[in-house]
Design a protein around this ligand. Structure first.
Ligand SMILES: [Zn+2]
Length: 231
């Protein structure tokens, strides 16, 4: 287990390890695996600035998973230096020997997950399309999961989110959408953790989307802290 403080998954991919006052679950929050989906990046950064301190357990926080893509505000990093322009979310479990930076980074992240065995791996995304069950793929305002049955905490999180919406447009839905090659699914398959992709709709103002991501993080913390310690 990594001690609390700042660690590096790659020369400039920063991992924050936050330690709670009491023992409890390890929860992993990650954003910016797609560089044009910025609300999650800013939400995690703001939570850290506000002095994020878990009540129980540990938090592993990676606010900018793909710095090359984030700088370019693109889904993938432009081909430049070690970056190969690959979708980082589709190269898991990665390869430590690969020439492509994305594959080495995926491997480093996989090592972290296998070592820490978090109870939750939560990836923060955004979507240009509003979720509509009739129109696939469409994601905005959904919590996406890839294994059945739906993990109980996802239903509970949806309920809490929907009790705090400002208008009907903001309503959240659970969304079963398995993508066998996605990072979350590879991780869930190997560790049996709860894996969830949070998707906000980009039609809302940036500030509101940032607040939504912060809300989701806090809700998952509440839900997992309320359960018996799992690790
Ligand atoms: Zn995404």
């Amino acid at each position: 287990m990594r001690p609390s403080g700042i660690h590096l998954l790659a020369p400039n991919v920063v991992l924050y390890v936050l330690e709670g006052e009491a023992p409890g679950p390890t929860l992993l929050f990650q954003a910016g695996i797609h560089g044009d989906e910025i609300a999650g990046v800013h939400a995690l950064s703001e939570l850290l600035e506000e002095g994020w301190r878990p009540r129980r357990g540990r938090r592993l926080v990676c606010p900018i998973m793909n710095p090359g893509a984030y700088r370019a505000r693109k889904r993938t990093a432009p081909k430049r230096g070690p970056w190969a322009g690959l979708d980082l979310n589709r190269v898991f479990p990665g390869d430590p020997e690969a020439p492509e930076h994305e594959k080495r980074l995926a491997h480093a992240f996989m090592e972290l997950v296998l070592e820490e065995r978090p109870a939750l791996v939560c990836t923060l995304h955004e979507s240009q399309k509003r979720y509509d069950p009739e129109r696939q793929p469409s994601f905005g305002q959904s919590l996406v999961y890839g294994v059945l049955p739906m993990p109980k905490v996802i239903g509970e999180a949806i309920e809490r989110l929907n009790s705090r919406i400002q208008n009907e447009e903001e309503r959240w839905s659970p969304h079963y959408y398995p993508v066998p090659t996605s990072s979350t699914e590879v991780i869930v398959e190997r560790t049996r953790c709860v894996g969830v992709c949070v998707e906000t709709w980009m039609g809302f103002p940036e500030e509101r989307r940032i607040d939504m991501h912060k809300e989701v993080v806090r809700i998952f913390e509440e839900l997992f802290e309320a359960e018996a310690p799992t690790n």
